[in-house]
Design a protein around this ligand. Structure first.
Ligand code: ADP
Ligand code: MG
Ligand code: MG
Length: 894
């Protein structure tokens, strides 16, 4: 038989799964001998049984009876007794804290008879009736589902009638009348009497707590926090202690150290003559905790000792709920306290300095997500702002700039020294140049995984997407929003953390932690304006330094040009894991690529390619110079060729119009034929990557030659270039073999001409399931693997990243097929299994095969832990995420 009930003396802090956080910690405090009122916890298993069967398990009722009787025997009072009634609270408490999401009912056990007993035995009639009216109010609202405003309004009416400003000014008789009113509300709303039987109250309250697990807002909260829906909540039944027994009683909350700075000291609030929920509800002004020393020195001292005890025991910042009943301290809750990102770093290092934890533990106490919060610039909180709209916060940060509507404007204005915000209905790969130079991106369509969102996040560019109230009219060159008409050149500000869009120039401040990351400790400290911030910079420095020493995986960056490479290097990147070469075919170079496509094979095509060689060589020279001494993985061209050619429809229309006027440009006509020929239904699964390289000879050769010659140039200039050639979209070892043959020939030829040995590593991406499954064979031809987890996710799930977001991701997140987008966090069970297969296969052929990952997941904390466990040698992520990856790789290793 399952055991559904645990006395506080039976549990421990490690049983959060079964007892919930609150129950586990109440048990732990009981074991420590701290003053916790007697009580017990009903397990999450009972909640799961209730959700499954639609009723509580029959054994539960029996176990509850036993546990209640034990309390009754311990303290010598009985539930519902007419003279000395035992009262209890019924409190929810899930494994993960869900503040304000679920229910608690206090003062269970009061009824028309026992309220008199309570009055007599406490010698305080007012208190007894106050407790009773609280019970009916909380029970009515949370168990009977009555609109809480009805009770609140009745209470306010009574206060007005008596000219009372606060509830403590109401007399016993007032409260007695109020109880009558409240009972009438119950009658009117439910068609039944307020239940008088204490056990019925208890059972109904327990079920109400179970039910509160599945309220709309609880489900919403769990979705946002990625807490599974099937955990269920535990229920704690706790003997009531009373903070509302006059001036020598009270209730409060405290922290063992300041949750925003991390400093040790006395932080908390106290409210005398009150019950717990009054502090949070803010109905009266609380006192600072330090004032308790004057009011009640004995309880104050007991509390300080308990705080110290708890902090030492948990070796972390704790928050505590306590109540003082007539000069006696009781602890009602503790947990490792929530804290701001900055405090997390400071607390961790302070605990190290106090010899409470080690540096290894310190790095596991902070997260990459917290670090990233410290890196974003922010809008000056004091500045005046006019809000235009609020939409989806897709990529955090604060960006201010002139509106631009396309690449040309973006380049022109940034070229002239302006900051710009690219505003579009949606973005596509054509907008990349504009996105690169823009400080922020605003779109009126699309969701969190739209092109704009994904690319902006990758680049660390602020983005707000799906702003439906923004009307982008490219023809009229206008942006209409909030009754205003804005034009290119008008300044707007985007808050990528909140999704807000403001009019005009809102001042932005750079974060000192960011300056520390990019320019070093001195710069970070110099930018800090106060001691707390200086402490923070030091703390981040210590944590990152330790993470760097602890981690086994290297951290590289995805960078396409020398500027990005330099930026990544400043932030601690130890190489480039992915240099995409496609931008080298964009802009004015499009012309050349068109020539390549239009040219007949043979000499004509070679001549066309020839023109691209010096340009690309120069790109690589600059890149390799910026990454001197560090591995630089260059991926040969990957996207389908049509992305570099004019749009089929546009070109067709242009040619048709020209035909009407008999003025067709013959080049356009040939181009149209080519574009039509290359048109694919499903280009992402079409002629791209290695397939393109094999189909259109000369293209890869050009790139390999440019890399080889750039390497020679750098070596001759005394540098230490370390390029690695990476072949995309390989599915069969034969594909890689063919490219390798060609590459080796070119490397030998260029090397020979320069009198140098050029044995550059040649490897491939593992981004197709077939590649992962045949990794053992592929490894024979590969010097390294790089897992392209974006494509691997698309091809494993059969999802198109660009389309699924709008189509059905929202439904899938709602119905639980997905808990998070697999493009954000690696799907460990599916895509992850292929990564593991690829690692195992590759290493079975070559035990030392070097492997990394270059998908977006390389910068995602949870995924980084997966890659560590899978045995990868490095992760590669966007330059902005490098510090986050350094920290998470360190955390994964300790
Ligand atoms: P939450 O999780 O929302 O904080 P709690 O279960 O902690 O809900 O309870 C709400 C309030 O009631 C808290 O302030 C708590 O201290 C107080 N409280 C709960 N149980 C008791 C009790 N047995 N005696 C006195 N106060 C209690
Ligand atoms: Mg609480
Ligand atoms: Mg790919």
């Amino acid at each position: 038989m399952a055991k559904y009930v645990y006395r506080f003396s039976e549990g421990s802090k490690d049983q959060k799964d079964l007892l919930g956080g609150k129950g586990a910690n109440l048990a732990e405090m009981t074991k420590l001998g701290l003053p916790v009122p007697p009580g017990f916890t009903i397990t999450t298993e009972a909640c799961r049984a209730y959700m499954r069967d639609g009723h509580v398990p029959p054994e539960l009722r029996v176990e509850v009876t036993m546990a209640v009787r034990e309390i009754e025997d311990t303290i010598g009072r009985r539930l519902g007794d007419f003279h000395e009634p035992l009262l209890v609270s019924v409190r929810s408490g899930a494994k993960f804290s869900m503040p304000g999401m679920m229910e608690t009912v206090l003062n269970i056990g009061l009824n028309d008879a026992s309220v008199k007993g309570l009055a007599e035995f406490s010698g305080d009639e007012r208190f007894a009736w106050d407790s009773y009216r609280r019970l009916i109010q909380m029970f009515g609202k949370t168990v009977l589902d009555i609109d809480g405003d009805l009770f609140a309004a009745a209470l306010d009416a009574k206060k007005a009638e008596r000219g009372a400003r606060t509830d403590v000014e109401l007399s016993a008789d007032d409260l007695k009348e109020l109880v009558g009113t409240f009972k009438q509300i119950v009658r009117d709303q439910c068609g039944r009497e307020f239940p008088q039987h204490p056990r019925e109250q208890l059972d109904m309250a327990i079920e109400a707590v179970f039910d509160s697990w599945n309220t709309e807002r609880a489900r919403l909260y769990r979705r946002r926090e990625r807490i599974p829906h099937d955990l269920g909540t535990a229920v704690n039944v706790v003997t009531m202690v009373f903070g509302n027994l006059g001036e020598t009683s009270g209730t409060g909350v405290c922290f063992t150290r300041d949750p925003s700075t991390g400093h040790s000291g006395l932080y908390g609030d106290y409210l005398s003559n009150a019950q717990g929920e009054d502090v949070v509800a803010g109905i009266r002004n609380t006192l600072p905790l330090a004032d308790l020393e004057q009011l009640d020195p004995t309880s104050f001292n007991d509390l300080r000792q308990a705080m110290r005890r708890l902090e030492t025991h948990y070796r972390d910042l704790c928050d505590i709920e306590f109540t003082i009943e007539r000069g006696k301290l009781w602890l009602l809750q503790t947990r490792v306290g929530k804290r701001t990102a900055g405090a997390a770093f400071r607390v961790a290092t302070q605990l190290v300095d106090e010899n409470l934890i080690t540096m290894d533990e310190a790095i596991s106490r902070v997260t990459g997500a917290q670090l990233s919060q410290l890196l974003f610039p922010q809008f000056d909180a004091d500045a005046r702002k006019e809000r235009l709209t609020k939409a989806m916060a897709a990529s955090p940060g604060a960006a201010v700039g002139e509106i631009v509507l396309d690449n040309a404007q973006a380049l022109a204005r940034t070229g002239a020294g302006a900051q710009v915000i690219l505003v579009r209905r949606e973005t596509n790969p054509d907008d990349l140049q504009g996105m690169i130079v823009a400080a922020g991106v605003l779109t009126s369509r699309g969701g969190k995984t739209s092109h704009a969102a994904v690319v902006a996040r990758g680049m660390g560019t602020t983005a707000v997407v799906g702003a439906e109230e923004v009307d982008v009219d490219v023809v009229a060159k206008e942006v209409r929003v909030a009754g205003r008409v804005l034009r290119p050149g008008d300044v707007i500000a985007l808050d990528g953390t909140t999704g807000e869009v403001f009019l005009g120039d809102v001042p932005v401040v750079d974060s000192p932690v960011m300056l520390y990351i990019s320019d070093g400790l001195e710069a970070g400290l110099a930018a800090a304006e106060d001691d707390a911030t200086r402490e923070l910079v030091h703390a981040v420095d210590r944590v990152l330094t330790h993470a760097d020493a602890a981690r086994r995986m290297r951290v590289r960056a995805n960078a396409d040009n020398a500027d990005d490479a330099r930026r990544a290097r400043e932030r601690g990147a130890e190489g480039i894991g992915l240099c995409r070469t496609e931008h080298q075919f964009l802009g004015e170079r499009r012309q050349f690529i068109e020539d390549v496509v239009l040219a007949e094979a043979g000499e004509q095509r070679e001549a066309a390619l020839e023109k691209l060689l010096p340009l690309q060589r120069q790109d690589f020279v600059e890149l390799l110079e910026a990454m001197d001494g560090l591995p630089t993985t260059i991926r040969l061209i990957d996207p389908p060729l049509h992305e570099f050619l004019p749009d089929l429809t546009e070109l067709a229309v242009k040619v048709a119009l020209a035909r009407d006027k008999d003025a067709v440009d013959p080049r356009d006509e040939t181009l149209l034929a080519a574009v039509q020929r290359m048109h694919e239904q499903n280009p992402m699964l079409g002629l791209r990557g290695v397939r393109l390289g094999l189909k259109l000879p000369g293209l890869f050769a050009l790139q390999i030659r440019a890399i080889a010659e750039a390497t020679v140039a750098r070596r001759q200039a005394g540098g230490d270039p370390r390029p690695e050639i990476m072949v995309p979209l390989v599915g069969s070892v034969r594909e890689l073999h063919l490219v390798r043959m060609e590459a080796e020939e070119i490397l030998a030829e260029v090397g020979e001409a320069a009198g140098l040995r050029l044995d550059l590593p040649i490897g491939c991406m593992i981004e197709l399931p077939r590649a992962a499954l045949t990794a053992r064979r592929i490894a024979e031809e590969a010097d390294f693997f790089s897992f392209g987890t974006n494509d691997l996710t698309q091809t494993t799930w059969g999802f198109s990243r660009d389309d699924v977001e709008g189509a059905f991701f929202a439904d899938y997140l709602e119905n639980g097929v997905l808990t998070i987008s697999p493009f954000e966090t690696l799907d460990g069970d599916g895509v992850g299994a292929l990564v593991v297969a690829g690692v195992t296969g590759g290493r079975s052929a070559k035990p030392d095969l070097h492997m990394g990952v270059c998908g977006e997941h390389g910068g995602d904390p949870e995924s980084i832990h997966f890659f560590h466990d899978a045995g990868l040698n490095y992760v590669s992520c966007s330059p902005f995420r490098v510090p986050i990856a350094r920290l998470e790789a360190g955390r994964a290793a300790v």
